[in-house]
Design a protein. Structure first.
Length: 386
């Protein structure tokens, strides 16, 4: 491939293009020691309408940038009608942005996505969202020297500057905290709050024998807990059921803890084994023999790292028992992880403006070690005619 070869952008059309789209970052990051290729099968399922219920309320298009016959970049654009209904803000999204270190390539990819969104009445674009705010969010801008945890993104250091050069500004930073389980602290304020509590507080693992019923409870808590947060889009029943199938396959019940107040489910937490620790070196493939290694790592020799991707407290407890309930949930799942040999837990992602949750995590010894940025740009009224 010549660096002077003309650049062209083509839409993803068909299975071959989709595989190229999914595997393109591995070509770009092949010399990056922090890169972990996601499982190609999982990404295919994520990007296929028949297997991802998110597509039931969204429109999506993906593109590949080429120099000659070599793929050098990719991007997606999404119009999420549930987000539009929730916020009434004429905002669409770009996602899955990865490219060679070339401003020309970033400009062409972003321009293509912006044009597609403008043609659908979108007036502001945010990203990257891959595919929604409930999936991988943000472009890594700090913390390039360590591998990403499972279901978190990784970016080239030059990517943020390239996006900003196309007129994008910061919308929000998302933080990933790391907690050393050996230095886990018990904040005194938590014990004080629990001492003031009038109700009985109990913590229990999720009951997999009543999985469907429990899943509804967790979804209701999550959608209530996060409903006032920046960019929030509720999980639909179908989306959360699909997520539940994945959790049930990967987790034992004690890695999903539910906190109750006088018998009412008030908070929950989910901890995931860091699959990226296991699949690093798989090159995105599970066949023919890597299935066995994956299952062995999960069932026999648990990873030494884990991630908390989901946690929530019902809003009615936010200004009273909220911090104490959060800590009880963290404490319960931390014990289960430590018993499995986990030494570091990532809690992510956390809005930079969420001072309450940040204070809780920092009080137990958590430190920010990665920062992801969401960018936004207002589209001109005539960009659809460009």
């Amino acid at each position: 491939m010549s660096d002077n070869a003309p650049l062209r952008i083509t839409p993803v059309d068909g299975k071959a293009d989709l595989i190229t789209f999914i595997t393109l970052p591995s070509r770009l990051f092949d010399r990056d020691p922090a890169w972990v290729a996601p499982l190609t099968l999982e990404r295919r399922l994520h990007l296929t309408p028949k297997t991802n219920p998110w597509f039931e309320h969204a429109d999506f298009q993906a593109w590949i940038a080429w120099r000659g016959d070599t793929p050098v970049g990719r991007i997606s654009a999404q119009v999420d009608h549930l987000s539009l209904e929730t916020h009434q803000d004429a905002t669409g999204f770009f996602g899955m942005l990865d490219a060679e270190d070339s401003q020309e390539t970033f400009t062409a990819l972003l321009g293509t996505a912006e044009q597609w969104l403008s043609e659908r009445g979108i007036q502001r674009v945010r990203g990257p969202f891959s595919l929604s705010i409930n999936d991988e969010v943000g472009l890594l801008i700090d913390g390039f020297d360590t591998p990403p945890m499972f279901m978190m993104g990784h970016s080239a250091p030059y990517s943020g500057h390239a996006v900003e050069a196309n007129g994008y500004d910061k919308a929000m930073d998302l933080l990933a905290y790391i907690v050393d389980t050996r230095e886990f602290k018990t904040p005194r304020v938590v014990e004080w709050l629990l001492g003031k509590a009038t109700g009985e507080i109990t913590v229990r693992p999720m009951n997999f024998k009543k999985f469907d019923e429990e899943l509804v409870t967790v979804r209701e808590i999550f959608n209530d807990a996060w409903s006032d947060n920046w960019g929030f889009v509720p999980f639909t029943d179908e989306e959360f059921n699909d997520l539940g199938k994945t959790l049930k396959m990967l987790l034992s019940p004690d890695l999903i803890q539910i906190v109750e107040v006088d018998g009412e489910a008030a908070a929950f937490i989910v901890a995931l084994p860091n699959l990226n620790e296991v699949i690093k070196g798989f090159d995105g493939r599970l066949l023919p023999f890597k299935w066995a290694k994956l299952l062995w790592k999960l069932k026999v020799k648990f990873p030494t790292t884990a991630r908390v991707p989901l946690m929530g407290v019902r809003k009615k407890f936010h200004n009273t028992l909220g911090p104490a309930l959060s800590f009880r949930a963290i404490e319960a799942v931390k014990k289960q992880l430590v018993d499995r040999g986990v030494r570091h837990i990532e809690m992510s992602w956390i809005l930079e403006t969420n001072k309450g949750v940040r204070a809780i995590i920092e009080s137990i010894g958590g430190e920010v070690y990665k920062t992801y940025r969401v960018y936004e740009k207002h589209l001109s009224a005539n960009s659809a005619d460009a």
